[in-house]
Write a protein that binds this ligand. Structure first.
Ligand code: 6PG
Length: 241
């Protein structure tokens, strides 16, 4: 798979690229079709969502987007750790996303029950190919340990689960997470991995150079069958390339 790697001077330029990518795809949609996007959590999306809210509020037909998540922390939607709250505060409330277009993971619910329920939401709201729910776009982050979504190195086997969603656990805090698996990630039309900042440079180098160690990193397993994998980096995270 030829990984497309784009290196930007800063997160604003990276966000401009992402905004224009979404705008083009959404403008190309047929009548009555939606563009399905799965969002990531963590800190990096804060700057991206802020930029999109300030610069793409009127450029993107947000009513044509269905929002989902690649993972969620098992906390209530009002919790500061909630990936839903992050997107709501920095994007949805700013650009005016209708509740009917938001399919959040219920972090407050029983984790294994919610993992099953959320898988059903994929089947009911995404187009299916050979029975597999297909996302148009999945946004993933990269942890300093090589994790992506909420699949951490100590549970890398979850990536190859036959289920669409699994319950995971943060290696240090023990926090329960609900995460999509490779079953969903590698069936998506486009997958973007965003990694910015010096602290990501080591894992970016190892994964993109397929070093020996990289086989331990879940992000290494991201290989969408469509061939559309794009790494969005800034100069700091790309400094070792
Ligand atoms: C989460 C994420 C996770 C995140 C990485 C990178 O819920 O934490 O979805 O996969 O993308 O941990 O996080 P930062 O952007 O904070 O470095």
């Amino acid at each position: 798979m030829d990984k497309k790697i784009k290196i930007f001077n800063n997160t604003d330029e990276l966000s401009e690229f992402l905004g224009n990518f979404w705008k083009q795809k959404i403008d190309e949609l047929e009548e009555n079709k939606y563009y399905s996007i799965a969002l990531s959590g963590g800190n990096t999306p804060i700057k991206i969502f802020t930029y999109l809210s300030e610069n793409f509020k009127y450029k993107i037909e947000w009513s044509k987007v269905k929002f989902f998540w690649g993972d969620e922390r098992c906390v209530p939607p009002t919790d500061s750790d909630s990936n839903f709250k992050l997107a709501k505060d920095y994007l949805f409330d700013q650009v005016g996303i209708a509740e009917t277009n938001i399919f959040r993971i219920k972090g407050e619910s029983n984790p294994s029950g919610e993992a099953k329920d959320y898988s059903r939401i994929f089947e009911d709201n995404l187009h299916l190919e050979n029975g597999n729910p297909i996302f148009d776009f999945i946004l993933l982050g990269l942890g300093t340990d090589g994790h992506t979504a909420s699949i951490f190195p100590h549970q890398i086997e979850l990536f190859n689960s036959s289920d669409y969603c699994e319950v995971a656990e943060h290696p240090h805090t023990g926090q329960k997470r609900i995460t999509i698996t490779g079953n969903i990630i590698n069936n998506a039309e486009t997958v973007v991995i965003v990694a910015v900042g010096k602290n990501k440079a080591e894992k970016v180098y190892e994964i993109l150079n397929k070093t020996e160690l990289s086989s331990n990193y879940p992000a290494m397993l991201v290989e969408p069958k469509s061939g559309n994998l794009i790494w969005l980096l800034d100069e700091e995270s790309a400094e070792r390339l």
